[in-house]
Write a protein that binds this ligand. Sequence first.
Ligand SMILES: C[S@@+](CC[C@H](N)C(=O)[O-])C[C@H]1O[C@@H](n2cnc3c(N)ncnc32)[C@H](O)[C@@H]1O
Length: 220
Amino acid sequence: MTIDVLTLFPEMFTSLNHSILKRAQDDGKIVVKVTNIRDFASSPHFKCDDEPYGGGAGMVMLCEPLFNAIESVITDKSKVYYMSPRGKVFKQAIAKQMSELEHIVLLCGHYEGIDQRVIDYFNIEELSIGDYVLTGGELPAMVVIDAVARLIPDVITADSLDSESFSSNLLEYDQYTRPAEYKGLKVPEILLSGHHANIEKWRKNNSLENTKRNRPDLLG
Ligand SMILES: C[S@@+](CC[C@H](N)C(=O)[O-])C[C@H]1O[C@@H](n2cnc3c(N)ncnc32)[C@H](O)[C@@H]1O
């Protein structure tokens, strides 16, 4: 999969060059290309924003650099997303669908956002990472890249995905590792028993309890 990111702040994306995401890129499982929208501005000072028509606070990102930047990366296989608090809320099921695409383009807004004509012309889907407003679309784009990349086959082991939160309508069970006792705090006995059926049962119950406590909405 190729992910093209269009942003005014490309240097923020160096955070993707670590750990599992770095390995996924080194192994060619995903290719992340970051393009500076400012490189597509034609005005003498590479201006990328202007005041909103109709008045009001802040600045709006200009059509021209955005049209040019998008046109420089899209093909007939591309799906373009604009990171936006107005968008559909990004969930694991959407991450799964996106992980099956060949080419995604993530457009990062800044200031008050982007000129609506960009969204309309390219038929762009708006994607929000949650009900709060951030200063820019860069962190949301990184959230999306991380969530999508780990669902691409062989980026992480398939087993890890099976029981994790949101793979069903349950949150994950509690996890423990060595030592079996730390500062008097003990790992539940059942997990040390080696009895796989009982461990499975304990984990199912524990998942259900976690879901009831923190996300009862998932249980419908
Ligand atoms: C300050 S926000 C603009 C908010 C916009 N005026 C509104 O009220 O919907 C600047 C940029 O941050 C990004 N952004 C902010 N919050 C976001 C969220 N929850 N999900 C995705 N992108 C977000 C978008 O790219 C947006 O263009």
